[in-house]
Design a protein around this ligand. Structure first.
Ligand SMILES: Nc1ncnc2c1ncn2[C@@H]1O[C@H](COP(=O)(O)OP(=O)(O)O)[C@@H](O)[C@H]1O
Ligand SMILES: [Mg+2]
Length: 345
């Protein structure tokens, strides 16, 4: 799995039920690749050669992550049923088109393992957003219980399971604006533990203006990406008076408020994704939901940094068993679909 934060590849080996993470490995993207992918998100004008080269580079890194994981876990490739590879999203227009690179044929070739890739397009072809897909896995992890999952990746997505019904959608930004702002102002990849933001104060006028964006009020099904929530989007709201640090703090509040507005009171909330390490973001989520119990997915024995990766192992297993993985009530697709393309070994 690789998400919109463009930090790198999360790889896991799971048990045959796809519930227990047996081994995990994070392989960061090289700086140059991260910059190339960032430029692509910033400026979608590019050429086919560049995309083809990136497709190969990303596939090689995914395969490397898988091979390193196997080596470290001392598990032979022949004991692995399949790889479920989400790939790296370079373009997402929910309901229209969603493009992940890191092609499955090369991953399969370089690992010797059957690879399932390109999970989103079957849902989109059926009229869905193609996202979020993980609610089905979140429901599976809850095993019949009610609960709320919030994945704090570049973009945040929420899954609300109540009485066996599932609602899920992207709430908006989690880390992407925070990461991009601190990168622009301090040349850092992210705000370690939310410390920089913690030294600033929320600019209430700016926060109100940002929250007035149409995306936050739209009814689900909905999904979004970094081609929408990026510094260009933010700059339209900025004035000369706001300090850099106040903007960082306000962006953190934007993530916390836009997520919290969808958390039903009294929920059991399980956080996952890299944002669980942003102590201030977690603190703000807790204080905005005083009647809910906010923990991480570790409470369900699922490492919060690797839940989303485990979800794609589960989806690959579903696909190989000719079973669907999308939830039409979440994505808006006409009906369920078997997701992904299989590159068999
Ligand atoms: N110690 C930390 N402090 C603050 N933020 C962190 C920390 N560790 C990770 N993050 C955030 O988590 C992000 C990565 O989260 P991840 O779940 O991998 O997102 P994605 O799925 O979009 O790749 C980083 O870009 C960063 O914003
Ligand atoms: Mg990531």
């Amino acid at each position: 799995m690789a998400g919109t934060s463009l930090d790198g590849v999360d790889a896991v080996i799971v048990d045959s039920a796809c519930k227990k993470i047996l081994a995990s490995h994070f392989l960061p993207y090289p700086k140059e690749l991260k910059n190339q992918l960032k430029n692509l998100a910033k400026n979608s004008q590019t050429n086919l050669k560049t995309i083809a080269e990136l497709d190969i580079t990303v596939a090689r890194i995914f395969a490397k992550a898988a091979n390193q994981l196997l080596q470290r876990a001392k598990i032979d490739a022949k004991n692995i049923q399949a790889i479920g590879s989400h790939g790296q999203t370079i373009y997402h227009q929910g309901g229209n088109y969603s493009w992940q690179i890191g092609h499955g044929a090369l991953i399969s070739e370089l690992t010797g393992i059957t690879t399932v890739a390109d999970f989103r397009m079957p849902d989109i072809a059926a009229g869905g957003q193609g996202a979020p897909l993980t609610p089905k896995y979140h429901q599976y992890l809850l095993a019949g219980k009610d609960g709320v999952f919030v994945n704090l990746g570049g973009i945040a997505n929420i899954t609300i399971v109540k009485n066996s019904t599932v609602c899920g959608f992207d709430t908006g930004p989690a880390n992407t604006l925070l990461d991009n702002w601190i990168a622009a102002k301090k040349q850092l990849d992210y705000d370690e533990n939310g410390l920089w933001a913690g030294r600033g104060s929320v600019d209430d006028v700016l926060l109100k203006a940002l929250l007035a964006d149409d995306y936050f009020a739209q009814n689900p099904p909905k999904s979004t990406g970094t081609e929408y929530f990026n510094l260009r989007w933010l700059e339209a709201y900025l004035t000369a008076e706001q300090s850099d640090i106040a903007v960082q703090r306000t962006l953190l509040e934007l993530s916390a408020v836009s997520i919290s507005s969808h958390i039903p009171t009294g929920s059991d909330v399980y956080l996952c994704g890299g944002g669980v390490h942003n102590l201030l973001l977690v603190e703000r989520l807790k204080s905005q939901n005083p009647n809910s119990k906010i923990t991480t997915t570790a409470a369900l024995n699922a490492d919060p940094d690797f839940v989303e990766a485990a979800a794609f192992a589960y989806f690959a297993q579903q696909t190989l068993a000719a079973k669907p993985s999308n939830l039409p009530e979440v994505t808006g697709a006409k009906s369920t679909r078997i997701l992904g393309a299989i590159y068999a070994k």
